[in-house]
Design a protein around this ligand. Structure first.
Ligand SMILES: Cc1ncc(COP(=O)(O)O)c(C=O)c1O
Length: 366
């Protein structure tokens, strides 16, 4: 096996490992040093600009009331999320990040006993827990253009399928499915099966949300997060939108009615919702920084997929050096593989200056 292939394979092993809870539990302290001025972190699709000034101040102010449980805030945040998304507060459940709620929905599906169908590759952090809860996963390859294969997912379903997980835009590829295709998919699948639609990245490009279908399809659950355009990944605020009966069913799988984000995080989220200018700024900066990366890739002949998110999937097949190793040697972490024996990698979009550095390093190494 050639050195380059070996390195790429090792990158995949690292990637698989990096998706496991062990890595997060044992993350070296240097990786968590957010104040490090030298390290560029492009592995978790975090917003490099957040949280907004308003959200930061609200969280600082809320520290003083964190001796109290946050009962009233739950209702308030649900109401504000409902206003923002065009639903009622009874259509909303809160979680400490949307990934907590992906777990809750999996628990609900596991309780029905059967299997879950999902794309490969996709966002899989919740899958090991689902498997342990007795919900085996059937994985369906993406299409040749790295889009979710909606027909393939439907074909993979059997009588035991209790849930289909769909990430749109998909992580790690950044691709979106046409709205009409998604509508038809939901109409066909959600009449019998839970459809967990992960919309973590829809806000970046105003990709239409399918939440308009939740009243007609109680099996449809839409997962959203404050971790991306709102820039609050570490504050852990996420939510799902679903039919009120579904929300009630999901609440039964949460430890108690007060589960989810802390008082401090909820105050941050309430302020973040009001700071529309900040979200607009983050979206614009994401486009600028991504264009710099696209231009760099084009100049280097690196194939890449048009992304509707804050990360880009690109093919290193024509690049002579090992990209993750080269970037790492230049203090840039996070470019990694999500497919076995594949030359495709994902990299998160940082600031304009950070993406200029990525391009400069790749050009120097070419
Ligand atoms: C598709 C997708 N869903 C969910 C999450 C988790 O988000 P949260 O921080 O809300 O748990 C991520 C995080 O990167 C993601 O990429």
């Amino acid at each position: 096996m050639q050195r380059r292939q070996l390195l790429k394979q090792s990158a995949f092993v690292i990637a698989s490992f990096s998706l496991s809870r062990e890595l997060f539990a044992n993350a070296p302290v240097t990786n968590l040093n957010v104040n490090s001025s030298t390290l560029i972190r492009l592995g978790s699709n975090e917003n490099p600009h957040g949280p907004s000034t308003l959200a930061k101040q609200a969280m600082i102010d809320a520290v003083g009331i964190s001796n109290r449980y946050q009962w009233d805030m739950n209702a308030l945040l649900k109401t504000e999320i409902a206003k923002m998304t065009g639903h009622t507060k009874d259509h909303v459940a809160l979680g400490a990040g949307s990934s907590e709620l992906l777990g809750v929905v999996s628990l609900w599906a596991a309780y029905k006993k059967g299997n879950v169908v999902a794309s490969e590759p996709t966002f899989k952090l919740w899958m090991p827990a689902a498997r342990r809860m007795g919900l085996p996963t059937k994985l369906v390859p993406l299409t040749s253009t790295k889009h979710n294969d909606l027909n393939g997912l439907m074909n993979a379903m059997d009588q035991e399928t209790k849930m289909v997980y769909l990430c749109n835009p998909n992580n790690p590829t950044g691709t979106v499915s046409p709205t009409s295709d998604l509508e038809n998919f939901i109409k066909k699948v959600a009449s019998t099966t839970i459809v967990l639609l992960d919309e973590a990245y829809t806000d970046y490009y105003d990709t239409p949300s399918m939440s308009k279908m939740i009243d007609a399809y109680p099996n449809l659950v839409i997962a959203k997060t404050f971790s991306k355009t709102f820039g609050m990944a570490g504050a852990r605020v996420g939510y799902v939108l679903a039919h009120p009966n579904t929300i009630k069913a999901l609440n039964e799988f949460q430890a108690w009615a007060n589960a989810g984000p802390s008082a401090v995080s909820m105050q941050g989220a309430l302020a973040a919702i009001k700071d529309k200018e900040f979200v607009t700024y983050c979206k614009q900066e994401n486009i600028k920084a991504k264009d710099i990366l696209y231009q760099g890739f084009d100049a280097l002949g690196i194939k890449h997929i048009k992304s509707f998110t804050s990360f880009v999937y690109f093919d290193t097949a024509t690049y002579k050096k090992d990209v993750p190793a080269l970037l790492l040697a230049n203090q840039i972490t996070g470019a990694r593989s999500f497919e076995e024996n594949s030359s495709w990698l994902r990299i998160s979009i940082g600031t304009v200056a950070e993406m200029e550095k990525v391009v400069a390093v790749l050009k120097l190494g070419a």
